[in-house]
Unconditional design. Structure first.
Length: 461
């Protein structure tokens, strides 16, 4: 049996559902195929559940620090892990059911809850049915990379999905991987009350960020009692009674870390291996990502790839922006491109990091004359009043064009405050436009014009 549609969308992640909304509103008949949970990674095993847990961890942290604010809490602060999980599940579940209800109630949209596999460039097998369409949009996302490590078979390694099922507090959580996902879990579980050790094979945390940012993050985590083992080149697991021993073979410190649970947070991989892409002739790169052009078209006419599976972004906002690019180009006569967007991301430890555009390292490498402004959060009134003075902000400006090249705000409200800089960049305005803006007092953002008034030449490497 074969059913014809105008478009087939594979995967109800961050790009698929809004694209279904736009295509059906334009009168097209759309098949939406989702094999598991509506809303994909962000809603079910990524951003939303982790940020809900981080909010609980923050509440515990603030409660423990209540005395700093002149507030007395009666007795020790206890974290009720089943209640924390129930709160997280309720938030994530509400989001999932609303995406599903939206799709199922959408005119001209037929929802299939099945695995999709290409039979040819315009045919997709869904359960016992064959669907056909001129246009096929792939939004299959990715999953945790679980590389083989010596001794892994002896221990039950957790990943970002299985971590979210825990209802008990690990006595000692070993996090392998000192990047975004690993650090968020590390700090959250430390605040819930676990002992936490982060094992990172590189010489520093978050290797994509500037060294001063990574160093400040290290200080923030260590101040909360998180153990960090960097330069761990030879990671190997074994059982130690009921516990797990992770040999790290670092240049200094104990040769093994013994803990109760291990979380592997060493990267992501695309869900492209079981899609039958070879039958459609769609090209993959060496790491399994779908190769797309600047408008998210694959090498096969009519097939597009959006979100994490195309390797052009690894965030909810990049996936959503992919939807906007494709919808704008196909339905609104626009000519939007991936390279038009300014890179932006956050790391949700507390305080958070917001990072946009070029890093200082990238600006130096580019060799262009540049200016830099920095300010410690100890010199931001809002941070002082809130008792959250860790971190700093910095901004980089092209010395000749006066255009902003990039910025990082590691500090309270940094994930929000960075947007005034991002919007100035998107509007292609000189930094002086932002410098002259009157910002509200007392905010973190009010110090951005001040910082721009104190720019200094960036020393070349
Ligand atoms: C722990 C964690 C925290 C994160 N935190 C943040 C954050 O704070 N901010 C942020 O911007 N990003 C964050 N991310 C990243 C973000 O979740 C992803 O970038 C985003 O969800 C990617 O969306 P997507 O649309 O590409 O695909 P996904 O959301 O992954 O959706 C893909 C969908 O396709 C379905 N699918 C796959 N194969 C098939 C098939 N063959 N047939 C049918 N259906 C299929 C899957 O079941 C899934 O539902 C986080 C990720 C993790 C893991």
């Amino acid at each position: 049996m074969s059913t014809a549609f105008d478009a087939i969308i594979i995967g109800a992640g961050q790009a698929g559902p809004p694209l279904a909304g736009r295509l059906t509103a334009a009168g097209q008949r759309v098949a939406m195929v989702e094999r598991k949970l509506f809303g994909g990674t962000c809603v079910n095993t990524g951003c939303i559940p982790t940020k809900a847990l981080i909010a609980s961890a923050h509440a515990a942290y603030v409660a423990r620090r209540a005395g700093d604010f002149g507030v007395r809490v009666g007795g020790a602060v206890m974290v009720d892990m089943p209640a924390v999980k129930a709160r997280k599940d309720a938030i994530s579940g509400k989001s999932r059911t609303s995406v599903e209800a939206w799709l199922r109630g959408m005119d001209r949209c037929t929802v299939y809850q099945e695995q999709a596999r290409f039979l040819s460039a315009h045919e997709v097998q869904v359960g016992s049915e064959t669907l056909t369409a001129e246009r096929i949009f792939i939004n299959v996302g990715g999953r945790a990379l679980m590389p083989k490590m010596p001794g892994m078979e002896q221990v039950a390694c957790l990943n970002n999905s299985t971590m979210l099922e825990l209802e008990t507090l690990p006595r000692h959580l070993i996090v392998v991987g000192g990047s975004y996902i690993g650090l968020e879990f590390a700090q959250m579980y430390r605040r819930f009350g676990s002992e936490v050790t982060v094992i990172e094979k590189g010489p520093r945390l978050v290797s994509h960020e500037d060294e001063d940012v990574a160093e400040a993050i290290k200080g923030i985590l260590e101040a909360e009692g998180i153990h960090l083992r960097l330069d761990a080149e030879c990671i190997e697991f074994s059982r130690a009674g009921e516990d797990v021993a992770a040999r790290v073979n670092c240049q200094s410190g104990e040769p093994a870390v013994v803990g109760s649970h291990v979380l592997l947070a060493v990267g992501r991989q695309p869900n492209t291996g079981d899609l039958g892409l070879d039958r459609a002739g769609v090209m993959l790169d060496q790491r399994g990502y779908i190769v797309v052009d600047d408008q998210l078209r694959t090498n096969v006419e009519g097939i597009y790839a959006l979100g994490d599976c195309n390797g052009r972004g690894a965030f909810t906002h990049t996936s959503y922006n992919d939807f906007e690019i494709v919808a704008g180009n196909l339905l609104d006569g626009e000519s939007r491109r991936v390279t038009d967007r300014i890179q932006a991301h956050a790391l949700y430890i507390d305080p958070p990091l917001g990072q946009i555009g070029m890093t200082e390292k990238e600006v130096r490498r580019s060799g262009r004359p540049a200016l830099i402004g920095t300010r410690a959060m100890t010199r931001v009134g809002r941070a002082v009043e809130k008792g959250e003075t860790m971190g700093f902000m910095k901004i980089l400006v092209d010395a000749e064009s006066k255009k902003i090249l990039g910025a990082a705000i590691l500090g309270t409200g940094g994930d929000e405050a960075i947007h005034c800089i991002l919007d100035t960049m998107v509007a292609n305005q000189d930094y002086t436009t932002l410098q002259r803006a009157m910002h509200i007092h007392p905010t973190v953002s009010e110090l951005i014009p001040t910082m721009l008034g104190e720019l200094k030449p960036l020393a070349t490497a």
